[in-house]
Write a protein that binds this ligand. Sequence first.
Ligand SMILES: Cc1ncc(COP(=O)(O)O)c(C=O)c1O
Length: 388
Amino acid sequence: MDTWALDETVTHLNHGSFGASPRSVLEVQDRWRTEMEANPVLFFTKTLQPALDETRAVLADFVGADPAGLVLVPNATSGVNSVLRSLEPSLGPGDEILVTDHAYNACRNVAEVTAHRTGASLVEVPVPFPIESAQEFTSAVLDRVSASTRVVMLDAVTSPTALILPLDEIIAMLEPDISVIVDAAHAPGMVPLNLTALGASFVVGNCHKWMCAPKSAGFLWVRSDRLHEMVPATVSHGWNVEPRVGASRFHSLFDWTGTDDPTAKLSIPAAIATMATLHRHGWDGVTDANHQLALEGRRTISERLGLDIAAPDSMIGSMATIPLPGPRNAAHGDLEPLTEQLRMGWNIEVPVFSWRDWPDRLLRLSAQLYNRTSDYERLAEALSSEMT
Ligand SMILES: Cc1ncc(COP(=O)(O)O)c(C=O)c1O
């Protein structure tokens, strides 16, 4: 665990919520902060922009994007706010914004606010869980798309159910007539990405989850034909100041949204480089090891508690969700009291979400390089004790 700053007395099985960074990446961030605080004026007026440009280039390469369409944002929520705000002028009564009932609540809420502001309707498509194939998901979404659908927001990897979604096929059916927003909060560092080939209009992602950058490092990518529509959720100087030489209006609008601490973003290249050194097969090795461990963890718990496997292996990345029997004690999507019981009684961090109907509760486990098989055995033991 020396590699990581994590508290060793805790069994960390929730990398998915907020990620974790290797110490050496945090040290790079510390160095950026020291430089910033040594001469804030010099840092913000001279040092920052070239460093942001360099970060953008490195990240663009990692996610298969053209730097011209890529900007750094604090997090996926902020990216979704910017996209939906930018789409407001094109939406009106009779239009539909479609999300699924596996969507992350914060991003779903942005869609609801957009619907209120524009007079459009929010359509929430129910998707089965447990799920037998990716086709089930595709059909659920495409069956609900209509002549009124203008925007579809889909996760690359769902939050409560931890499913890798079949985006290529759905996007090919919808774009360019219907705008697809991909919420890829969990995808970078978990599944290979080629944003340009994906073909969506907009993709938002987090670098502070599975890429293990420090917190407050996300991105927004916009397809070239949609760039002219973009307005950041936080408007700043770029609106009426000419972009600097060589920069686009899009970069200018998003590169400065007011004074904040940009050191997490500037540490993205260090996270990409460091994580690649932590497995002998580089990033492919990291994602594959995490995937195998997530499957093993799911197997360990399901066998010990006699629970069903809820999704095919091919729809699982570095997280897996296991349906638990009830009773349900929280509102749909909220954390169940069992989460706190596991924290207080066992020093285990793992989320248990309340879910509609059956299954009443969903336990979502994560697998990152710092996890061991024994972590899941310990969770299985805790669950069998707490659930009897
Ligand atoms: C699918 C999904 N979208 C968006 C987010 C929001 O991420 P952030 O809080 O970094 O904006 C999350 C966070 O877990 C998520 O799982």
